[in-house]
Design a binder for this molecule. Structure first.
Ligand code: SAM
Length: 269
């Protein structure tokens, strides 16, 4: 009965907006490292988890051991549609994210650019964007559209790095503020920026000049097949492109996020 309720609990958690399902070792490692409240760690073999933690995350090994509970292989196989080969699945609380704070022009909670993904369709791609945004120390990742950025497949693609920076849905493009309200960097003493500059990443835009990227920009990336919407392009303060060899039409979404964020990071000297 207990094992049945554990399987049901993990099944329900996949649809629970208050919980994150962490499939595999690396999502658990990052969640713990970046302060997640982990409420359940279930594994095939506690000794094997201890060995993995000792090798790959000695800083988290004691905490993982405390939280871990071993279950029979046939139970573990039912905790996720694609049980991870590292033999561990966990549940953690999702942190509350204040989108207005993330978008605050002066940097809000964290400095650096905000990544905005407009209606991303592929959860693995979404996760890869969160992972590179965390690595490049961006201020946050916001998404529009129907997909939940905290969906288990997105967390898997991000290796759990959702806990390293704010990740949330943006309900309305209006929350970005109106065009012309941005701080272009040269405002007079009395001007008060009311929104971050919005840059549209678009293969047809002006070539990217990394050191000219405003550090507090919102960098908007379009949906995989169709790119950015007309509505977002109309709101943008500028359209910027990553130069590509002639004949190549576009980069993959996560690859373009990586290129822009690291161009910005590496240009900061
Ligand atoms: C797979 S692309 C979309 C391709 C779409 N057919 C288009 O023309 O925009 C997904 C997103 O990645 C970004 N992207 C891809 N290649 C880019 C480039 N060379 N320059 C700027 N952004 C790019 C854009 O934000 C784009 O909307």
């Amino acid at each position: 009965v207990q094992e049945g309720s554990l399987i049901a609990r993990f099944g329900r958690a996949r649809r629970d907006p208050a919980l994150a399902v962490l499939e595999g070792f690396h999502p658990l490692k990052h969640a713990l490292r970046f302060g997640a409240r982990v409420v359940e760690v279930v594994c095939r073999d506690v000794d094997a988890l201890d060995e993995l933690a000792g090798r790959l995350a000695p800083d988290q090994a004691a905490q993982m051991h405390e939280l871990a509970r071993g279950v029979a292989g046939e139970v573990f196989e039912q905790l996720a549609p694609l049980p991870p080969t590292t033999g561990v699945v966990s549940l953690a609380e999702r942190p509350a994210v204040d989108v207005a704070d993330v978008l605050a022009p002066a940097g809000g909670g964290r400095p650096g650019p905000v990544v905005l993904l407009e209606d991303p369709r592929d959860l693995g791609n979404m996760g890869a964007c969160v992972r590179v945004a965390a690595a490049a120390d961006a201020a946050g990742v916001l998404t529009t559209g129907s997909h939940d950025p905290w969906a288990p497949d997105a967390l898997r693609g991000a290796a759990g790095l959702h806990y390293a920076l704010p990740v949330a849905r943006l309900d309305r493009l209006d929350d970005l503020g109106a065009r012309g309200d941005a701080d272009g960097g040269g405002g007079g003493e009395t001007s008060t920026p009311v929104r971050r500059p919005l840059l549209a990443l678009d293969p047809a835009g002006d070539p990217l000049v990394p050191h000219e990227l405003p550090a507090n920009a919102v960098l908007a990336f379009g949906t995989e097949r169709y790119g950015l919407s007309e509505e977002l392009l109309a709101r943008a303060d500028a359209r910027v492109s990553i130069p590509m060899r002639a004949g190549v039409s576009s980069l993959n979404l996560a690859t373009s996020v990586a290129a822009v964020l690291f161009a910005w990071q590496l240009s900061r000297g």
